[in-house]
Design a protein around this ligand. Sequence first.
Ligand code: XIL
Length: 359
Amino acid sequence: MRAHGAWLCAAALAAAGACGGDHASTTQPVIPPPPPAPAADTTPLRVLAARHSLLIGAAVDRGFRYTGSDSATFRALLAKQFSVLTPENDMKWDHIHPARNTYRFEPADSIVAFAEANGMKVRGHNLAWHSQLPAWLTSGTWTPAEATALLDDHIATVVGHYRGRVMEWDVVNEALNDDGTKRSSFWLANVGPGYIERAFRDARAADSAAGLFYNDYNIEGMNAKSDSLYAMMQDFKARGVPVTGVGFESHFQLGGVPSSLAANIARFAGLGLKVHITELDVRMLLPATSTQLDAQASDYTTVVSACMQTTACDLVTIWGVSDRESWIPGTFPGWGAATLFDAQYQSKPAYAALVKLLQ
Ligand code: XIL
């Protein structure tokens, strides 16, 4: 108490002549009024992130198709806060290649145009995946040569269409099981295990400069799946398969960020690869409580600061602009509130935590 009183005196009151010298211990300390709370930093996330050479992205889908004032609000927030966009669905096979000889580029084109108009980069998502394939493809009967030609042609056409406009592609998506074996898929069954390498070579042939990524979930921590991917990437680097980096999707449950995230980023970086956080969200059981939202803020901070520890990690994308658009409630019933903004576009504690981290 004595030390505290003396400190108060030295720090705040001496200039006002209020200190009692040797009598300080007998005078009541005069408590100065608290300083005004610092004004919340209104600098957008993308500006703060840029100071750390970090791109901050969002996946967009139905929000991009809102009309009227909803559309204006959504797009203004998107352009203000984010420096990268990922079409959440519009570049997937079933959307962009709805019939064997038909490509439908317009929806993704409009996202790319919006990004360009607002100084944002684009992540292309994705070129070879087990899911969201069109029925004309999966219900057809193909020889290995035919299936390989379909993969080659699709990648040449789609990557060629966006050459120079898409910064990087998720070339192969979710090709591994949790035990590290190759996941059963149309591509594995019809092209064979070489489809992964082939997709990377096809993408490089179509765009000599775009970043080429392998993207998956449950590879964020050290485990059998990420070990298997590490071995595959080591082999690809050794044999000159054109891979730029790995995407850690990062769809976490509250409290579920693996403690080995930073070390795992570092080991992939050690192979000369980039590591991008490509689909970050942190879901919680609804209704969200303020305790949960604070815990979520801490999880977001953990992920972004793990990324910032390694220069190879220079992009974090959130899978959805706000809780209104997020895929979580539709896919994980009872769960939600996974993004940085609530369904009314108000920023959540996770947003404030990232502002603080990046300040
Ligand atoms: C999800 C979209 O968010 C949903 O709108 C769609 O119905 C299903 O796909 N991993 C991926 C993404 O790589 O493409 C998935 O996106 C989420 C999981």
